[in-house]
Design a protein around this ligand. Structure first.
Ligand SMILES: [Zn+2]
Length: 442
């Protein structure tokens, strides 16, 4: 069957690349692709043609949102000991539900930053079994013994077996083998941790982890298959090591304050994913299973983290929106747009925050030619809201404002029934049936 053409005629378009919104624009989608974007009055499609016209003249259209740093863990608490006792099957089912929450919230792509489930969830989404955003994942992250990924509260022989997040590797050879195995399993990119973090209780986020040779080996293996490496790095030392090795994205940077490191980031065109949400949330996490040491570390991180974000922003470093949400009530998938509020609170304009969650985020996912902007040739990943997020960024955090979500040309959320029968969420199996309903039914 030939792909159906859908014309979205919008009152206001935020396309992810223009500095100002564009009034009265039509976005023409055929199959999964955007084939044309032009002023509605200049559109030349005969009235009688067999295309679906969606009237969004009282709406704002923007690219589907992208969270550049999530974890698909399906864990409801941050309590390590509780989580160890929950079967993986239960966690995967919860993560599947989280994917649906992300779609409902307007997120059409996510970069998982470490979960052994994510490659399998990606398969289920791609084949249409599950409803969810596009997933890009490194499988699990690489940590050295006693590093940020080592579950140091367990006997060492258990830690690597139990973890759904990390893999322990020491030395160049183990790093190389792990990278190759991760690609064999289906990793899209690789992730290393070149410093401690908030949740790793015996190591500091300010110290560097791994040797330069080890991280270079990881970068070399990524280069070989045409992909990139992301690094969790808390302070100047860990970031500098990652940059020297050739890593492309820096996660967190809680304590970044060295002007030379910022210069290096700029020079190497690094994308920085600050994840402001996570230090704020973990600092209040005592009731959600976050241990007392981690709560204290998070509280100590708050000031420097906010300053690091300011310094990076002023230095002109590309900043991508990422939450570090993992699921569960403290870091809930579906509420990810909260990070946009943090970015605006930290000094970005709403337009800059939206760019961080669209165009810049597409760079963090390694998909700048595929997603992140509304332009000809890109995937038709669209979000429709009924109020102006440029006037109030919180429009994107409130579910009642999310009216339509389109991923790869499929209308998955259509609360007003503008592209078919009204739906809160539409199974991928029923989309083609709705799209082929008689024109009169719309
Ligand atoms: Zn993370």
């Amino acid at each position: 069957m030939e792909d159906r053409t859908i014309v979205f005629a919008v009152g206001r378009l935020i396309d992810g690349r223009s500095p100002e919104p564009r009034p009265d624009v039509s976005v023409v989608v055929r199959g999964s692709r955007i084939i044309e974007v032009r002023p509605t009055e200049a559109l030349d499609i005969p009235e009688a043609s067999d295309c679906l016209r969606v009237d969004l003249t009282d709406r704002v259209l923007l690219p589907g949102l992208i969270d550049s740093h999530v974890h698909l863990w399906g864990e409801l608490t941050l309590d390590h000991f509780h989580n160890i006792g929950v079967p993986k099957e239960v966690k995967i089912l919860r993560a599947a539900r989280d994917l649906e929450s992300l779609i409902k919230a307007g997120f059409t792509s996510v970069r998982d930053c470490g979960s052994k489930f994510a490659v399998h969830l990606r398969t289920a989404v791609e084949e249409g079994t599950l409803l969810g955003p596009r997933i890009v994942t490194p499988y699990c992250w690489l940590s050295h013994t006693s590093g940020h990924g080592d579950l140091t509260f367990l006997p060492p022989e258990w830690a690597d077996v139990v973890s759904i997040k990390s893999r322990i590797v020491d030395g160049v050879d183990q790093c190389r083998k792990a990278c190759r195995e991760h690609f064999r399993i289906g990793a899209d990119f690789l992730k290393v941790v070149t410093s401690g973090g908030i949740m790793s209780e015996i190591v500091s986020a300010k110290e560097a982890q791994f040797t330069l040779d080890e991280v270079r080996t990881v970068v070399e293996e990524a280069d070989r298959v045409g992909t990139f490496v992301a690094s969790h790095a808390g302070g100047n030392a860990g970031v500098r090591l990652a940059l020297e090795a050739g890593v492309k994205t820096i996660e967190h940077g809680y304590f970044l304050d060295d002007p030379e490191v910022f210069e290096l980031m700029l020079e190497k065109r690094i994308v920085y994913v600050p994840t402001l949400c996570v230090s704020k949330k973990l600092a209040q996490g005592a009731a959600y299973g976050v241990g007392s040491i981690a709560v204290r570390k998070a509280q100590e991180t708050l000031g420097p983290h906010s300053r690091a974000f300011q310094l990076a922003r002023c230095a002109g470093i590309p900043i991508a929106m990422g939450t570090d949400f993992v699921g569960g009530p403290l870091l809930p998938h579906g509420e990810n747009a909260q990070e946009l509020e943090n970015l605006v609170e930290g000094g970005m304009t709403p337009m800059q925050a939206i760019m961080a969650a669209t165009r810049v985020a597409s760079m963090a996912l390694g998909l700048p030619d595929e997603i992140g902007t509304i332009q000809e040739g890109k995937s038709a990943d669209l979000l429709v809201v009924d109020d102006d997020p440029l006037g109030n960024i919180s429009v994107l955090t409130k579910k009642n404002h999310i009216r339509m979500v389109v991923k790869e040309g499929q209308v998955l959320v259509d609360k007003d029934g503008k592209a078919g029968a009204p739906c809160e969420i539409r199974s991928p199996f029923t989309v083609s049936a709705a799209a082929s309903a008689p024109a009169g039914a719309r």
